[in-house]
Design a protein around this ligand. Structure first.
Ligand code: PEP
Length: 264
């Protein structure tokens, strides 16, 4: 059952995050980023962020400097430093100007067995070192069909709330990503997304209203230029986390434009 807290306000600025996943190379990225800069620099009500694989972060840093487009990573270690071969810490990301990091994406939590507790630790480390964490939450198709999606997402949020409190969500981002919608071409309906977004914001608002008011909640899962228009006009949806369509300049620009028009 969705709790209501009518005092929780949504932020007005939209946010659209490109999740390139494990795609790209120096040449393709340069072309794509050139197009992003050309088409998205004049947006006034929409913040655009590009999250690439680690080796290309330096390219983002260089090609996006002095633009309005920010950049970020797709994962972070749960420790600050030490003998953790292959890991990259929040301290290291912050060291060279990274501003955002995706945390707990289901493609990682399923393939690399990331627990809710590990994800909670990563979230707090990222925030502590000045990065804006983009926390992914969402249910499987079986869980949705069983009607337990709010319980599942509530438990994912509780892993952070129970150890670090609800205040930690201030100035962070949560992305509602139903696992059944990621990369399937089958997006959640605006009604399904709205209901879950209200659940998330109200859960946090009931514990800490200021944090809820300073939190952006994105929708992710098969967003395309057509469904973006319907999704982004929903008041409780603050923007999107975009996978496949962020690899195509034209489609990504149209999605960002849908966000801009819904915010204006
Ligand atoms: C994602 O992986 O975060 C995602 C939303 O992917 P897609 O847009 O391809 O469904």
């Amino acid at each position: 059952m969705t709790q209501t807290n009518s005092s929780a306000k949504k932020p007005t600025q939209k946010l659209v995050v490109a999740n390139w996943k494990m795609h790209g190379n120096l040449q393709q990225n340069a072309v794509l980023l050139g197009n992003f800069v050309k088409h998205l620099s004049s947006l006034k009500h929409t913040q655009v962020v590009v999250c690439s694989p680690y080796p290309y972060l330096a390219q983002l840093q260089s090609l996006l400097q002095n633009t309005h487009i920010a950049w970020g990573a797709q994962n972070v270690a749960k420790s600050e430093f030490g003998a953790f071969t292959g890991e990259v810490s929040a301290l290291m990301l912050a060291d060279f100007g990274c501003k955002f990091v995706i945390i707990g994406h289901s493609e990682r939590s399923t393939a690399y067995c990331e627990s809710d507790e590990n994800i909670a630790t990563k979230f707090v480390h990222a925030k502590k070192h000045g990065l804006t964490p983009i926390l992914c939450v969402g249910e499987t198709l079986i869980e949705r069909e069983a009607g337990v999606m709010e319980m599942v997402v509530g438990k994912q949020l509780d892993a952070i709330i129970n150890t670090h409190g609800a205040a930690v969500f201030a100035n962070t981002v949560i992305s509602y990503e139903p696992i059944w919608a990621i990369g399937t071409g089958l997006a959640a309906t605006p009604e399904q997304a709205k209901s879950m977004h209200l659940f998330i914001r109200n859960k946090i608002a009931n514990l800490n209203l200021d944090a809820a008011n300073e939190l952006k909640i994105l929708y992710g899962g098969s967003v395309n230029p057509q469904n973006a228009v319907q999704l982004f006009v929903v008041e409780s949806i603050d923007g999107g986390l975009i996978g496949k369509c962020s690899l195509y300049a034209q489609e990504f620009a149209e999605i960002c434009l849908a966000a801009e028009q819904s915010a204006a």
